[in-house]
Design a protein around this ligand. Structure first.
Ligand code: IMP
Length: 179
């Protein structure tokens, strides 16, 4: 196990690269089966999804497309909590089978926002593929059909995920070391 420091915190390896890639392959196989004969569009949520989206896409054998969206970091205060605008959703999704590709579902608010935004565009279906899910943190119900890893309520970095901008380039995934 290796220990690294990012900003003020220490992290230790929790999931090695090979394990991540093997698990993504298994999820890709499920998608290949479930979408046989269809042409889904993957919709990656930036920034964190980029490594997962690339690995997932290269293991898909069905016809498929990919596009990316970003959520604004603007946070308003209302009774429902965080309001984020979905930026860059320019594709015509009417009648399309959409697979949202997310790095991690934590509170679920981002996915709830995405689902709301997509709902108005008349897709044939929308499913979520997320590299990580932290069930203990969910504040709203989110159905992650293609969850790769279910993890405890611990902050992680690596394989696309960051701690304050750093750590996205790490090949393995690391857990924060609580002091
Ligand atoms: P949610 O809206 O609370 O589900 O948050 C999802 C977003 O929060 C993810 O796309 C990540 O950008 C960020 N996030 C949540 N948990 C972690 C973590 O453990 N490490 C890094 N980023 C995280």
């Amino acid at each position: 196990m290796s220990r690294i420091k990012i900003h003020d915190k220490y992290f230790e390896t929790s999931i090695p690269h090979e394990e991540i890639v093997a698990a993504i392959k298994r999820v890709a196989a499920d998608i290949n089966k479930d979408y046989a004969g269809k042409r889904p569009i993957l919709l990656g949520v930036l920034n964190g999804c980029f490594m997962f989206a690339a690995e997932l896409m290269r293991n898909l054998e069905i016809e498929c497309e990919i596009s990316f969206v970003k959520l604004s970091s603007y946070q308003g205060t209302t009774t429902t909590g965080v309001i984020r605008e979905v930026l860059g959703l320019t594709e015509n999704l009417a009648g399309r089978d959409v697979i949202i590709v997310e790095d991690i579902v934590d509170t679920g608010l981002t996915m709830q926002r995405m689902m709301e935004s997509l709902g108005t565009r008349g897709p044939a279906s929308v499913q979520i593929a997320s590299l990580f899910v932290k069930p203990a943190r969910l504040q709203v119900p989110v159905d992650v059909k293609y969850g790769v890893f279910t993890i405890p309520d611990r902050f992680i970095v690596g394989y696309g995920l960051d701690y304050d901008g750093l750590g996205r380039n790490l090949q393995d995934v690391y857990d924060v070391v609580e002091d």
